[in-house]
Design a protein around this ligand. Structure first.
Ligand SMILES: *[C@@H]1O[C@H](CO)[C@@H](O)[C@H](O)[C@H]1NC(C)=O
Length: 377
């Protein structure tokens, strides 16, 4: 699922900004506080990096100068940023000629860095153990990125205390337990990526309170329950990925009124009910993937001249009836997959149908005409 999304781009820009601004202030200034230095040393002692040697620079007295990945406030000597990425274009990784790998765990000592605003320990593949629960005391935290490790345990239930957090990314770990109810109190959250873990329980019903959120990636977990209709109130949400969970119920029609929603991934769940007609006429929605659910009824004949889909995957559902005539009026439909449903009737001989191949229509009840077999008469 190519999800290089607008939210991800915004997140990258944001990180670039964070990195540039911290590079500017780490050059000179107050020497590192003794307590922060001790906390960093304790964090380091819990981690083993056998190949790259990212910690080889963590020896001098002043952790604010020359320590790889560490940046401080020049006035106070307090650590503001710790950025350790196992996959990046950083010279230290390029020289090593291989992506990073670390074992060990994230020491609770990290919670003593109580002026930190950016904490990135990402893509080290083998870092295991829990996210220290005390992390919720880091009240200045704006970026928490722990993607691509092997973290276990659950998300701290009082995570919502991190009121300034803009980026929360713990994707590609083995985190279990529920999405904390308190998460919806994070009024500054712009990017949330919990994808590819083992989270269970339902999505908090007031998820729509996250008014600043532009990307919500919760796919590939074990989430159940329904899609909260409050999501329809999110005015900045561009990317919503709930794919490959166990979510049931119907698709709330309120999703169609979201002003900037551009990708909606709901594939491989247990959704039932029909496709809300308004969703198909939504102006900005470019990717709609409802594949592998139990969605029923006809495909609403509700496409308009502003419907513009690069991907429309409705395959493996229980859709019935004819192909919608208004699909011919859509501004653009790129990849379309209607296979493995119970559709019936003649495939029109006009765009976009005339350039699709048989796999887009395969395994339906009685579709006919090119690129399938000719209709009976
Ligand atoms: C749609 O989602 C399903 C389930 O996540 C996935 O297998 C499929 O590849 C997706 N379709 C497209 C066109 O990306």
């Amino acid at each position: 699922m190519g999800q290089v999304s607008t939210a991800l781009q915004a997140y990258r820009l944001f990180l670039l900004f964070v990195v540039l601004s911290s590079a500017g202030i780490s050059v000179s200034g107050a020497a590192c506080s003794d307590s922060d230095r001790a906390a960093l040393i304790e964090l380091k002692s819990g981690l083993t990096d056998p190949y790259i040697g990212v910690f080889s620079s963590w020896t001098s007295k002043d952790c604010c100068s020359g320590w790889y990945g560490v940046a401080c406030d020049p006035d106070t000597g307090r650590v503001t940023d710790l950025v350790l990425r196992g996959e990046s274009e950083d010279p230290i990784l390029t020289m090593a000629g291989r992506p990073g790998l670390m074992t060990g765990g994230i020491s609770p000592a990290v919670c003593r860095l109580d002026h930190i605003s950016t904490l990135v320990i990402a893509d080290w593949k083998q870092i295991s153990g829990p996210i220290p629960a005390c992390i919720t005391s880091l009240s200045s935290l704006r970026v928490l990125d722990l993607i691509g490790n092997r973290l276990t345990g659950s998300l701290p239930s009082n995570l919502g205390k991190l009121y300034h957090l803009a980026v929360l990314n713990v994707a590609d770990n083995q985190i279990t337990g529920p999405i904390p109810e308190s998460l919806t109190q994070m009024g500054s959250l712009m990017y949330l990526n919990l994808a590819n873990n083992q989270l269970s329980g339902s999505i908090p019903s007031d998820f729509g309170n996250l008014k600043m959120l532009s990307g919500a990636l919760l796919g590939r977990n074990r989430l159940s329950g329904v899609i909260p209709s409050s999501i329809g109130q999110m005015n900045r949400l561009a990317d919503l990925d709930l794919a490959e969970n166990q979510i049931w119920g119907s698709i709330p029609a309120s999703l169609a009124s979201m002003p900037v929603l551009s990708s909606l991934y709901l594939g491989s769940n247990r959704l039932t009910g029909g496709i809300p007609a308004v969703l198909l006429g939504n102006k900005g929605l470019g990717i709609l993937n409802l594949s592998r659910n139990a969605i029923e009824g006809p495909i609403p004949d509700a496409f308009t001249s502003i419907s513009y889909f690069t991907t429309l995957d409705l395959s493996y559902n229980k859709l019935t009836g004819d192909l919608p005539k208004t699909l011919l009026t859509a501004a653009y439909v790129g990849h379309i997959d209607l296979s493995n449903n119970n559709l019936c009737g003649r495939i029109p001989t006009a765009s976009p149908f005339d350039r699709l191949d048989a796999s887009s229509f395969a395994n339906n009840d009685c579709l006919c005409g090119w690129p399938l077999q000719a209709c009976a008469s």
